[in-house]
Design a protein around this ligand. Structure first.
Ligand code: NAD
Ligand code: UDP
Length: 315
């Protein structure tokens, strides 16, 4: 059993990670300022032994009383519309927030794990992306507030590791989806499912030939725990290496939902990566981890979640 601090634990990934930690008997303290997360993601944990929620902005000094064995820093706006609407907050949580979380881990003698992203590869010229690829990021484009914040996060984490001997883990997360995403986060999976369920046109940005690789959240969280519990600092890619164009994703969503929505093309966002697929060699060989849930099944489970919220009038 361990006592674990999860920053961003009221968000999509942080709340699933919190569930997994509690289920295996760990205590969890969530720090979250709810800027993009929601207490709805944690309401099933109210009153549960070993669970504490603290409403706190981690760009402000962080203090957690008592022993802490691990600090998992997952706080950050994550969807493109969210970080484009919160550009300074995104840079600050990646820099100051990471500094505070590292400081907490160091003060407690705790292990530190941080959520980085496939966005550190930018619009990649190497495909699929191995961890050894340094990326192709526009440092001043609109997406840079997120991409550069995460690159700085990785650099600061490695500086603490080298300078202070802090025990660190860096996970590079590729597009992940599933229940508890915000229905209006503007990411492609939620947009398509919500549009299909409402009978609205599916919005395809550009010609829809750009690719992404989508990982269902249960697989992703299993990967986080494998990295956390293992001996490897990383960075390690965790995602699904099935690769789909946005047009293919739209077809899967239409099939799963049984919707007769049409497709509508919209302009491609600035610096939108053309292609993305993780090279999972390290995850497979070092962690013995690989994804198991195919896109069709994951989209089915995600659709059930959003249909439930719509039927209950919650969204
Ligand atoms: P999310 O927006 O659902 O969760 C992020 C959480 O962080 C939210 O609850 C938000 O309120 C909280 N937060 C943000 N700024 C904060 C601050 N200053 N202080 C305290 N809490 C703060 O996003 P998510 O998809 O769950 O992403 C979680 C992490 O994983 C992020 O670091 C993100 O960059 C990373 N990531 C996610 C994906 C993905 O596909 N979902 C891909 C790559 C990386
Ligand atoms: N996209 C789309 N329609 C939408 C939302 C997004 O075609 O309604 C595209 C977007 O241009 C990108 C891909 O889907 O090429 C994934 O976008 P998302 O915002 O989910 O995440 P990203 O991987 O770009 O961070």
């Amino acid at each position: 059993m361990a006592r674990v601090v999860v920053t961003g634990g009221a968000g999509f990934l942080g709340s699933h990670l919190t569930d997994a930690l509690l289920d295996r008997g760990d205590e969890v303290v969530v720090l979250d300022n709810l800027v993009t997360g929601s207490l709805r993601n944690l309401q099933h944990l109210a009153g549960r032994d070993g669970f504490t929620f603290v409403n706190h902005d981690v760009t402000e000094p962080v203090s957690v009383p008592g022993e802490v064995d691990a600090v998992l820093h997952f706080a950050s706006p994550a969807s493109p519309p969210a970080y484009l609407a919160l550009p300074v907050e995104t840079l600050m949580v990646g820099s100051r927030g990471t500094h505070n979380a590292l400081g907490l881990a160091r003060a407690k003698g705790a292990r530190f794990m941080v959520s980085s992203t496939s966005e550190v590869y930018g619009d990649p010229s190497v495909h699929p992306q191995p961890e050894s690829y340094w990326g192709n990021v526009n440092p001043i484009g609109p997406r840079s507030v997120y991409d550069e914040a995460k690159r700085f996060t990785e650099a600061l984490t490695m500086a603490y590791h080298r300078t202070h001997g802090l025990d660190v883990r860096i996970v590079r997360i590729f597009n992940t989806y599933g229940p508890r995403m915000q229905h209006d986060d503007g990411r492609v999976v939620t947009n398509f499912i919500m549009q299909a369920l409402k009978g609205e046109p599916l919005t395809i940005y550009g010609d829809g030939s750009q690719t992404r690789s989508f990982c269902f959240v249960d697989d992703e969280v299993r990967g986080f725990l494998a990295l956390l519990d293992g001996d490897h600092t990383g960075p390690i890619n965790i995602g699904n290496d099935g690769e789909f164009t946005m047009l293919e994703l739209a077809e899967v969503v239409l099939e799963v939902t049984g919707s007769s929505s049409t497709l509508e093309h919209r302009p491609l966002p600035v610096d939108d990566p053309r292609q993305r697929r993780p090279d999972l060699t390290l995850a497979r060989s070092l962690l013995g981890w690989e994804p198991t849930i195919a896109l069709h099944e994951g989209v089915t489970r995600t659709t059930e979640y959003f249909r439930g919220l719509l039927d209950a009038g919650e969204i």
